[in-house]
Design a protein around this ligand. Sequence first.
Ligand code: RUQ
Ligand code: CUA
Length: 646
Amino acid sequence: MLALLGLVMVFASCGDQGKSSSNGALSSSAAEKVYVAPGEQDDYYAFLSGGYSGNLTVYGLPSGRMFKEIPVFSQFPTSGYGYSEETKPMLNTSFGFVPWDDSHHPDISQTNGELDGRWIFINGNNTPRIARISLSTFETEEIIEVPNSAGNHSSSFITENTEYVVAGTRFAVPVPQRDMPINEYKGNFKGALSFISVDPEDGRLDLKFQLMMPGFNYDLSHPGRGKSHGWFFFTTYNTEEANSLLEVNASQNDKDFIAAINWKKIEEYVNNGGGTKMPANYAHNVYDEHTHAATTTMKKEVLTVDPTKVPGAVYFLPTPKSPHGCDVDPTGQYIIGNGKLSADLTVHSFDKMLAAIEGEKFDGEAYGIPILKFEDVLAGQVKSGGLGPLHTEFDDKGNAYTTFFISSEVVKWKVGTWEVIDRKPTYYSVGHLMIPGGNSRKPFGKYVVAMNKITKDRYLPTGPEMEHSAQLYDISGEKMELLLDFPTHGEPHYAAGCPAELLTPNSKKIYRLDENKHEYATLSTGDARVERKGNEVHVYMSMIRSHFTPDNIEGVKVGDKVYFHITNHEQDFDVPHGFAMIGQNTSELLIMPGQTKSSVWEPKEPGVWPFYCTDFCSALHQEMQGYVRVSPANSNIDLSWSLGGD
Ligand code: RUQ
Ligand code: CUA
């Protein structure tokens, strides 16, 4: 099998030099379909995970224009996220300050199974975390660390009323972590599936319970919806529980499992006092839109649930060949396992699953969890003719679209008859794909975006590495039509999209100055001042086009820690100001209208040191500057500050 994969990969990656003749040069109608004239706006938002950038990028469809990079798990000097005093706590973990992660699967909040456009969630895969981002401010508002986990990959998918966002561990680990021989993995490591509740009002996250599953690798997951609401489905691989050379050793079993979790049942069990509290240590970081600052709370306990203690809550559905994606169709009836070492897709039936459970027709058990019979739960197989299926999305007309990594294509097939309707090449080696709303009861079946792993010849070369590439297809007709290539940033895994009008009315334009509750805010220029507390100097500064108040400061000494707390007094849309100080060992601050941000500077040498606004904000932006006089440590020059000589 591996030799075959290798062969096909070589074929797939070298086969298409330039555009193949069947696709031809793009017709002018394709160009018109993606052309968004100057001044006009796109129809859809697309949020692409940034993969190893740790962030989330925002695009418009159909133009493929990138609008923004939202910093989530990584420090972002462009805005000062993770550098400013207010945002540093967002990156706290039980491992200390961790300023990077690998972000994978964004998912937009839902109400009644439809996108509601309130928040978007994304997982940090490396140091397990889940983030919640406001779709009004486009800022990361909350990050919760996930204990007892590693490789937080089968995340961050939400249930149809955003009751929970789940986080499943890819690497099984000892729970609790301890010093033990690696080769005693089998039977001893655990795979935690975490259910994090989302407050319906303010979105606050709380780790409600962790299901301690056998030590398989939990790869991806999707919620049940409609009739299967209340269930969650997770693919597994390495049911062999190998701890070395997984490439070979985790491909031994003909079938791994999809784990079907009745989370409603477990929720009930937990609400009735079930589960075991276990000591833990994990960070919960919350950013407040009114104080403009984040705080970290270290949580010390987690509620764990042993699946064998809740009869009827967890079952295994045998699924061939090391399945990757686990996708549920808009009706909630079908659960698709994308066996990445196989050519066929396996589709399980929710109704059949319930009947098999009812009839107690089991095919043995694994660690006390009943295994259902493959034939009893199988709805059908898609004989795709492709190789290496990874992920499936759905449109609003009963069709499914599956990516094939090895054969580098998107295959369209009919849900229910399983017949293949169309296939189109991707350039190259496609991973995820996204249809706006494609993971909900109500997809918007106009476009699909394919996110590819290999770019090669699609763009002008940029040295040994090229940004990954996405392809946009029109899927409104029977056949898919390739419309556009566009580069992406980092490595997009999944993406989430929605109609533009779902978000635009609520998009925040400014922060109101009269609602600014920052403890160091300077709400009127009369309050601007400089205060000394021992060797700490706090500068209460305001900014407006085109000056800082104050802009001359004297009496600072070598050895001081100077905190600049700067409030932007603008109340106009899209008028941030920046702040940067020469030699400062941090990034700039980019401060939104009405917002306060702080950064620290430790002057090393006596002198007169300038600062300036980094964002070209007015015709007199270049005049938006100032000086700090720094005297020797033993100097007795008093603190003073001024603007325009006053
Ligand atoms: S993965 S290319 Cu991180 Cu979602 Cu499948
Ligand atoms: Cu303010 Cu430039």
